[in-house]
Design a binder for this molecule. Sequence first.
Ligand SMILES: [Cu+2]
Length: 224
Amino acid sequence: MKNVMLTSASVLALTLLASPAFAKEYIVKEEGVAFQPSKLTIQPGDTMTFVNTEDKKHDVMFVSVPKGVDEMIMSPMLKKDEKFSYTFTVPGTYQFHCHPHEEAGMKGTLIVGAPSKPGETVTMDHHKMGVSAEKGAPAKVAPAAGANAAAGPQATGTVNSVDAAGRTLNVTHDPIKALGWPKMKMQFTVDAGVDLSTVKAGDKVGFTLKGTGDDYTISEVHKQ
Ligand SMILES: [Cu+2]
């Protein structure tokens, strides 16, 4: 009986150590065209939650991240009291900004674990929407060729979540050569008229993008 109890206690201790019970959540307010705080250090496994506390719309996008981060970390545009959370696992230095207020200096720095050494980060340039690695050469944003040019760039990916009422689709898309985009997790606005009722989390989908520059919407989506 004693042995059984000891074993249970050990299992419980291991479970607690392995669980995210010790992970912390850090709140960053988007307020006064600034991130508050704008500099912080967290540990791998911790979560940052950005909260817009004012009437102005803000977002947050991570434009420089440690190598090994294979997705674009960005929120949708946040209205007052809306939140965006992300759990960081890759150690290093992250730079982020609010897209509408970048020029106004709304930016910040996050260190997860320990800072990156020079050459250990990559730029996720939202304006050009491509990963420009060490050399800094921006990925070319070329229109798709042939029939695709009229239809817009084609993409494939896996659906993370669907908000049919809010007309948004969160998808981890495969690299999109026509746009020079790497594999990224992104939230897209979906055009009116596109049927989202059959699309659900976990689905593999093909979709068509419409737009220019950094403002793309989904104009068509189908299951694969
Ligand atoms: Cu802003």
